[in-house]
Design a protein around this ligand. Structure first.
Ligand code: FAD
Length: 324
């Protein structure tokens, strides 16, 4: 059996899990074995129908009052409960922070091999060969795993989520895991509402990024205005977040968010590799930079050589004109 751990936040599905299902379905077909999803918490029940649209015939649903919110080790122990019952060849999760955290717990509890951020997986009776991203996606590694069960996360934003509707209903296999006394040592205990919650960076179709060239927190006002006009979100380079011009949650790059918008407008950003790995999923990049030799100018689809303090307001005016 191939098990796909489906990431959701109190019933809101993470799109990277649907991308992961493309790999999970292919693996199950290739190995001529069954595919099942694992949903954790009662709120996961809302997602079952969607899984049917993505060709998942069986969903294990772990239910317990304590599973209302995310708790990494409890999620791992829920996965282990299914693995104890079934002959599981591979456990897959999305290559997200939570996906990695849960798989790392499973790997350490069950002493199993784990490969993160895979793009390709080939499995036979002896071994599992993967191509996976290393160094934030700046290099690809061919790796080979040996073990009874393989734990793999699938790099997000690279493999399309393909709908493959099931004939019939998804079978729900509900169970109540028994947890160790460590299962809830780490858990979500509260949430703070983002005062400016809007479109998230990772979901936005347009992202406006600002770097050192923006010059300060106040310089982001024009970028915010452009983002509002284009229904987009604002992010920044590490210089912008380190200087406190933007909160860390807005950082794009290796140690920040991976974005995959239709359009990324990078303003006053040089294009360091650690930044570019965060925006390599963008379909189009427009770079605005005073330096025609900046590395980003070679990587961008469109460039404007100029001062962003003039160029961004000019784009804002133009968009406003066209919206009239
Ligand atoms: P700079 O490299 O200083 O570039 C500023 C650019 O703005 C220049 O190209 C300049 O020509 C241009 N400019 C200046 N004034 C203007 C103007 N008025 N109009 C237009 N253009 C102008 N970085 C990230 O972004 N994200 C990460 O997640 C990240 N992770 C890292 C992890 C590690 C382990 C390390 C070592 C580094 C990481 N970095 C990350 C830092 C990265 O290496 C770069 O230092 C950083 O991305 C540079 O930010 P920047 O482009 O804003 O600044």
């Amino acid at each position: 059996m191939i098990i796909a751990i489906i990431e959701h936040d109190r019933g809101t599905l993470h799109n990277a899990s649907l991308e992961m299902l493309t790999v999970a379905r292919a693996l199950a077909a290739d190995r001529d074995t069954s595919l099942a999803a694992l949903l954790i918490g009662e709120s996961g029940r809302e997602i079952v129908k969607t899984l049917g649209a993505y060709g998942v015939p069986v969903a294990y649903l772990a239910v317990d009052d304590s599973l209302e919110d995310y708790a990494p080790r409890a999620w791992a122990e829920s996965a282990l409960a299914v693995m104890d019952q079934e002959n599981v060849e591979v456990v897959l999760a999305a290559g997200t922070d939570r996906g990695h955290e849960v798989l790392a717990h499973v790997a350490s509890l069950a002493d199993l091999p784990l490969a993160a951020n895979c793009l390709e997986v080939k499995l036979d009776d002896e071994r599992c060969r993967v191509t996976r991203q290393r160094w934030g996606g700046s290099l690809l590694e061919e790796a080979e795993l040996r073990g009874e069960t393989y734990l793999l996360s699938i790099a997000p934003h690279l493999i399309p989520a393909e709908e493959t509707p099931l004939d019939g209903e998804v079978e729900i296999r509900e169970f109540q895991p028994s947890f160790s006394d460590r299962a809830f040592r780490v858990q979500v205990t509260g949430r703070e509402q983002d005062e400016k919650a809007g479109i998230s960076l990772t979901d936005a179709r347009v992202v406006i990024g600002g770097g050192r060239g923006v010059g300060g927190a106040e310089g982001f006002t024009a970028l915010e205005e452009l983002a509002d006009l284009l229904d987009g979100a604002v992010g920044g380079s590490r210089v912008a977040t380190n200087n406190g011009w933007r909160p860390h949650k807005d950082q794009i790059g290796q140690t920040g968010n991976r974005i995959a918008p239709d359009l990324y407008i990078a303003c006053g950003i040089s294009g360091a590799i650690q930044h570019m790995v965060g925006c390599q999923g963008a379909k189009n990049i427009l770079a605005i930079n005073t330096d025609p030799q900046a590395p980003i100018m070679e990587k961008a689809d469109y460039v404007v050589v100029g001062d962003l303090h003039e160029v961004v307001p000019a784009i804002v005016d133009e968009v406003k004109q066209r919206k009239r």
